[in-house]
Structure formats: structure tokens, C-alpha cells
Design a protein. Structure first.
Length: 734
């Protein structure tokens, strides 16, 4: 058992859902049941929870989740109950047969951004050591990969927020691009309120007037897919007005001349035409951003889920760099990661091109280090595999069998109808999940696994703060952990050691594997996570330099009254003051993580979306989330209160567009693209552009928004273009 486990009256832990990872307490309420209590001492959400977190225990009850393995009966074709031994034997046999008949790369592995760090680590190791396949990726590719790629390119390191979320309250101006955090992570709205109470300005960029946009000083509503041009237009104005920070550019960056030339080619009038944002609004935004003493840009899926997502984020980073708003206190660029372990999920080796510690799979030194920890030869490790969508598209082709954990691509993948067909074309599909998701329902074997409140493990929130979720109750009899699944399968496939089932033991190995890498967890222990309310990586093992202020969870304490910080310095033991490394809440204050310590401007220019409206498909579709549902809805659709609040999909459209098409409020409408069709009731609202319709993506069946979306991929991040495609909207009844 982890330290601190046992039977405290209230077990401190974290929400199972989004990347905010709100702190909460779980109090036993009799046998096999817990209730959520507030935990105001946890600094990120300070006790506040949204309805999803508050109702999360409902999914623990046996009636709403899987409680025993299921295998597909050859005669009836139905999923029927089986023992764990039968189910695991069948998976081992399925994977073994594929490997024997088609080779190791014919077995695919698909993970999830909700898996704990320990599970993500064990899954990556399982794929490469036990299966010997290069074909592993995860659904986080659909979440933050463009921001991660842009981060790496500009700063040499990707951590969603390079500063604590609390800094947002005290910055002078925030541009929030494509995030509706009032609905996706409501407790974070408090930071925006505090920002404005402190005199700061909030600019929201979104084609819809969302609840978040309603809280802004200035709302810019660009045409979908033109965020890149918008950022370039702002940079053009900044340069033209002489508002760049030449000293910062000279001392801390490279590549300005090319980036500047790119921006100057985007005249504001041209940008106005492309984006549809009136020039005076553009000027106002540039003025607010430059006037403030400190300023930030935060992006989310809006600009990132585009076939030019990496360059789009790059354009916003260029704006920050040109104005000296990066690597300085209360300033910088950050990404609001979506999934619960969206940050940690990409650091420990379930991504197609990465090894634990956020190391590159193609780096010989990284391969050697990780292979040593794993006790295998470096040359035995496969190379990089396909990205998530490409992997899913290869199912039933090159890839004949798939092991899937914690993901529901039947609902969440772009062009979902096609992906559903690919899943059906597999020789063998095994799914480990908490519920019988739409994807699990297609499997040959389904394994029921433990949930957040029934297991201990770490996650890393959107600030790079590593947190410990703790077990508060026993799982139902027939349910086992993902770590058990991987250990039992490894054994059946001939690898008897190296897959412990104790999460703390796995974390110990993860620490060693990450040591010296960009995401260094080696100085973090379960005990520290309990005592310090989390620790921000990098946190190398060893001693602090002695010039930090100590303590990993000081919120804003690392920024002094003069606004100067002493953080951002991954530890180099000096012996001056023997303390464990405090972790790194703020990155880049002294230097960026590139070889020469300077950030890189990347020249970018506007280009159209992969699919623009035309005569046949004249309207943009954009997709997103609603307050009461989470991701593919596999969990939240099973919670009564959430389901009552948001029972099904809808199509939001402007009154003028509705009138032109003869569509009335509540009427069933079809949204049709070149890939498919989704049908849902109309929600007529002036809070959206006239050329755009919006659908949430939480539901399967006729209302599945992803039946319509475009899988065109970003050339760098391989992110699909979820946020922009061309559709026709018509009355479903004809
Ligand atoms: Fe959970 Fe996110 Fe809601 Fe917090 S905001 S309670 S982490 S779903």
C-alpha cells in the first residue's frame, strides 16, 4: 500500500476527469460507496468542483459499470461472461497468433490520456518489450499534440503551462484562444474573474460567444481555421506600432528576421478579410496586449485541432516572443490540456515517437538509458510507429490485432464511421475499460478495470504538477487494475518479470527511466506528493541549488514582490543547502530549454483549412464540449444528473442561417459532410457566427459529430482537423 493509505475518514484524492485535476476528498458512506467532500487546501481548485467531479462516485456502483470479463461467443456472436483466466488466455492467444502470422508490427496498442502515469508507462513498455511492436499511440494525439509540437519547436520543451495557473490571476492581459473553460473546467473560471478584479484584461478568441467569451473584455470571433492569420495580424500591428521588445528579442531568441518578414506580409486589412474580425477590434486587442505590463496567451483545442495546428500555435508563440511575453514572471504562452492525464500521458512512452521522461525514441542515448532500466538491448526497441489516426486507419490492413486501454475512438476519432469499420475489420480486438463503451462493445474480449477511487497512482495536471490519486475503497470482486492486466499478459507472452502490479513500484521504475530526461520525475516520491500537494516537474533527484525558495507547491510564492522569480532552474546539486529539489513551478525564467538557451521564432504564414466551404458544403462545422459531459461521454453519459442536464447532441446555428434554411428551434437537422452525416435538434442562437454551426462530440449514434469531421492531419503533430470542416445543413425530415 502507498504511504498514507489505510482508512482515513476522508481520503484526499483528485477528480477522474479533466486536466485541472481538482483536489477532492472521498468519505466512506457504508460498504462500497463514497461521497465527495471539498478539499479547500488544494491550491488549484481551492475546494470548487464542477458537476462532473461532484457526481463521479456514481460510476463506482456495480449497476453502471463492468464487473466481470466478457468474451465474444463464437456461436452467438454475443459478448458473454468469462473468468479472468479465460479472458486473459484468449487475449494472449489472439496477440500471439497475429504476431506469428503477420509479424510484431501487425499488433497495435492504443492508450489514453486518462491513464495514470504508471499505466501509461507500463503500456509503452509492454508494447515495446513484450509485443516488440512500434505500433503504439494514444488518444492524446487528438488533444494536445499541436501545442506540444509547437512548444518543443520554440522552447525546446513541452509542458502545457510553464507556470502555475494561479499566475493567470495576476497577469495584465490574457488572450484565451479557442478555450471554453467556463464549461470544460469551470473552477478555473475563478482565475479569469480574479484577473479582471485585479485590473487585468481578458480577450477571448472563439467563433462562438461562449460562456467564457461572455466574461471577456473583448471577444474576437474569427472564421474557423483562421486563428493563425489572426495572430499574424496582431504581430503585424505590434511591429508597425514599434511595440516589439527588441532587447528581449536580441538576448533571448533566434530567428526574428524571418518571422518578422512573415508577419509583415499579413497586412491587417488582409487579415480582416480572412478572419472576418473587424480591424478596429484587431487594433484594440493589440493595444490591450501591448499596454499591459505582463501578458499571456493560452490556447486550447480551437487553434490546435487544425491541419495547421502546430503553425497556428507557433504564430501565437511568435507574438509572445516578439513582445517579450515569455520566460518572464506572469507572462508567457501556455496550453490548456484537456484530458485528466493529458500532460503525463504524453511523457511516459505511450506516444508513437517517445520513450519515458519525454525522450525521443530516435535518440540513441535515450534508447540506451531506457533499455538499461528495462533490462533489454537498445537495438531490441522498435522505432517510431504511426500516429493515432494513421494507426486506427491501418486496422484490418497492416494491423490485424489491437489492445486498447482507456479510449473510445468509435465516438472520439475523426471520420468515426470509417474508424468503426476499421475496428470491425480487425482479426482480434481486446479492450480494457471501466464501462462497456461503444468501442468495447465491438471487442472480442473486454476486461473490466479499476477506477480512480479504487486505485492509487499519479497523474500530471495541466501545470505539470504531478499529483497522487489515492485508493479510497475496494473495487468490486470481478474488477482488476490495468497494471494487473499488463502483468498477467506479459507473463502469458513469455515475459515473467518487469511488470509489477504495485503502482508505487512502477512509479519507482518510471522515476529511474525519466532521470536526466526533459520530464525528469526522479526526485518525486509518493510521500512527497502527499506532503506537498503535488510537485512540478522537472524534479531531478539530488539536492536543490540552494537559491530557490524551497517547497514545490508554493502557488505564487516563487515570484517576489518585485516580480522577479527564483524558480525555473532544474536542480544542479551545489552542496550549499542539502534539500531535495523543490520541483519547477515556473520554467524558462533564466533560459529556454534549447541547446543555446534561446527561444526560436518559427516563420509561419496563413493557409486555408484542408476543407473550405463551397457550393455543395457551404457552412463551417466546428465541434466542442458542453458543461455536463466529458470527452466521448462513455463515463458521464452513465451519470443520471449529467445525463439529465445534457441528454443528447444538438446543432447550434445562427438565427439568420436557420431562417435561410427554414429550420426552427428544436427541429431535427442533418449536418452532412463528404464523410458522413449527423442528425440532432437545432439550437438557434445568436452566439455563433452566421457561417458556422457547432456540435458537441460526446454522443454516439445518429448525433455523432465525429461522423462528419475531417481527418486531414497536421504535417508535424499529426493532429486531425476536428475543429474545421465544410458541411451542408438541412432539415432532417426533408
Ligand atoms: Fe473534475 Fe475538471 Fe470538473 Fe475539476 S473541472 S471537478 S477536474 S471535471
Amino acid at each position: 500500500a502507498a504511504p498514507g493509505e489505510g482508512t482515513p475518514a476522508v481520503t484526499p484524492t483528485h477528480c477522474p476527469y479533466c486536466a485541472l485535476q481538482c483536489g477532492m476528498g472521498l468519505r466512506a458512506r457504508g460498504a462500497g460507496s463514497v461521497e465527495v467532500v471539498e478539499r479547500p487546501e488544494f491550491p488549484v481548485n481551492r475546494g470548487a468542483l464542477c458537476g462532473k467531479g461532484r457526481t463521479a462516485p456514481e460510476l463506482l456502483s456495480p449497476g453502471r459499470r463492468l464487473t466481470g470479463p466478457l468474451v465474444r461467443d463464437a456461436a452467438s456472436g454475443a459478448l458473454v461472461p468469462a473468468s479472468w483466466e479465460q479472458a486473459l488466455d484468449r487475449i494472449a492467444e489472439g496477440l500471439r497468433r497475429t504476431r506469428r502470422e503477420h509479424g510484431a508490427d501487425a499488433v497495435g496498442v492504443f492508450g489514453g490520456g486518462g491513464l495514470t502515469n504508471e499505466k501509461a508507462y507500463a503500456l509503452g513498455k509492454f508494447a515495446r518489450v513484450v509485443l516488440g511492436t512500434s505500433q503504439i499511440d494514444y488518444n492524446g494525439r487528438f488533444c494536445m499534440s499541436s501545442a506540444a509540437a509547437a512548444h518543443q519547436r520554440a522552447f525546446g520543451l513541452d509542458r502545457g503551462l510553464p507556470f502555475p495557473l494561479a499566475d493567470v490571476s495576476r497577469t495584465g492581459c490574457l488572450i484565451l484562444v479557442g478555450s471554453n473553460l467556463a464549461e470544460t473546467m469551470p473552477p478555473a473560471l475563478r482565475y479569469l474573474t480574479e484577473l479582471r478584479e485585479n485590473g487585468g484584461k481578458l480577450i477571448v478568441v472563439d467563433p462562438r460567444r461562449t460562456r467564457t467569451a461572455q466574461a471577456a473584455d473583448l471577444h474576437l470571433a474569427p472564421r474557423p481555421g483562421t486563428d493563425l492569420a489572426l495572430a499574424l495580424g496582431l504581430l503585424h500591428l505590434v511591429v508597425a506600432e514599434g511595440r516589439t521588445d527588441e532587447e528581449f528579442i536580441r538576448a533571448r531568441t533566434r530567428g526574428w528576421a524571418e518571422a518578422r518578414a512573415g508577419a509583415m506580409a499579413h497586412w491587417p486589412e488582409y487579415v480582416e478579410r480572412i478572419t472576418g474580425v473587424p480591424l478596429p477590434r484587431l487594433r484594440e486587442a493589440a493595444e490591450l496586449f501591448c499596454e499591459a505590463e505582463s501578458a499571456m496567451v493560452l490556447t486550447a483545442r480551437g487553434p490546435e485541432q487544425q491541419a495547421k495546428g502546430t503553425d497556428t500555435v507557433g504564430a501565437w508563440i511568435n507574438l509572445c516572443l516578439a513582445t517579450g511575453r515569455a520566460g518572464r514572471p506572469l507572462s508567457g504562452y501556455g496550453c490548456l490540456t484537456g484530458q485528466g492525464n493529458g500532460q503525463g500521458g504524453r511523457e511516459h512512452g505511450q506516444k508513437a515517437d517517445q520513450l519515458p521522461g519525454y525522450r525521443k525514441l530516435t535518440d540513441p542515448a535515450a534508447r540506451e538509458h531506457v533499455a538499461r532500466v528495462w533490462g533489454v538491448a537498445p537495438e531490441s526497441l522498435p522505432g517510431p510507429g504511426r500516429s493515432a489516426y494513421e494507426l486506427l486507419e491501418a486496422l484490418g490492413g497492416d494491423i490485424r490485432s489491437l489492445l486498447l486501454m482507456g479510449s473510445n475512438p468509435v465516438v472520439s476519432a475523426p471520420r468515426a464511421g470509417h474508424i468503426e469499420e476499421r475496428l470491425r475489420a480487425l482479426d482480434f480486438l481486446a479492450v480494457a475499460d471501466v464501462v462497456l463503451s461503444e468501442t468495447a462493445a465491438l471487442a472480442d474480449v473486454v476486461l473490466p478495470v479499476t477506477q480512480w477511487a479504487e486505485e492509487t497512482g499519479t497523474v500530471t495536471n495541466l501545470e505539470g504538477r504531478v499529483l497522487l490519486r489515492r485508493r479510497a475503497l475496494d473495487p468490486p470482486e470481478g474488477v482488476r487494475s490495468d497494471l494487473y492486466v499488463l502483468s498477467a499478459l506479459a507473463e502469458r507472452l513469455g515475459v515473467e518479470k518487469g511488470f509489477p502490479t504495485d503502482p508505487e513500484e512502477v512509479f519507482g521504475e518510471l522515476r529511474r527511466a525519466s532521470a536526466g530526461g526533459p520530464a525528469d520525475y526522479s526526485g518525486i516520491s509518493y510521500r512527497r506528493l502527499i506532503e506537498e500537494q503535488g510537485v512540478h516537474w522537472p524534479c531531478p533527484e539530488g539536492e536543490d541549488t540552494g537559491d530557490g525558495e524551497g517547497g514545490a507547491d508554493r502557488g505564487d510564492a516563487g515570484v517576489g514582490s518585485d516580480g522577479t522569480g527564483s524558480e525555473g532552474r532544474p536542480g544542479r546539486p551545489s552542496g550549499r543547502d542539502a534539500r531535495p529539489h523543490p520541483g519547477t513551478p515556473r520554467l524558462f525564467l533564466d533560459r529556454f530549454a534549447t541547446e543555446d538557451g534561446r527561444a526560436r521564432f518559427v516563420p509561419v504564414s496563413h493557409r486555408p483549412s484542408a476543407e473550405e466551404p463551397d457550393e455543395e458544403y457551404p457552412v463551417f462545422l466546428t465541434t466542442g464540449r458542453v458543461l455536463a459531459q466529458y470527452q466521448s461521454g462513455a463515463q458521464t453519459r452513465r451519470v443520471d444528473e449529467l445525463n439529465a442536464a445534457a441528454p443528447g447532441s444538438f446543432v447550434q446555428l445562427h438565427p439568420r442561417l436557420a431562417a435561410r434554411l427554414g429550420i426552427a428551434e428544436g427541429e431535427e437537422v442533418a449536418v452532412v459532410s463528404r464523410r458522413g452525416r449527423a442528425v440532432a435538434p437545432a439550437r438557434v442562437s445568436a452566439d455563433i457566427r452566421q457561417d458556422t454551426v457547432f456540435m458537441p462530440f460526446h454522443w454516439p449514434g445518429a448525433g455523432r459529430a465525429n461522423s462528419v469531421t475531417n481527418p486531414a492531419l497536421d504535417p508535424t503533430s499529426r493532429m486531425p482537423e476536428f475543429k474545421v470542416c465544410a458541411v451542408r445543413v438541412e432539415r432532417a425530415t426533408g
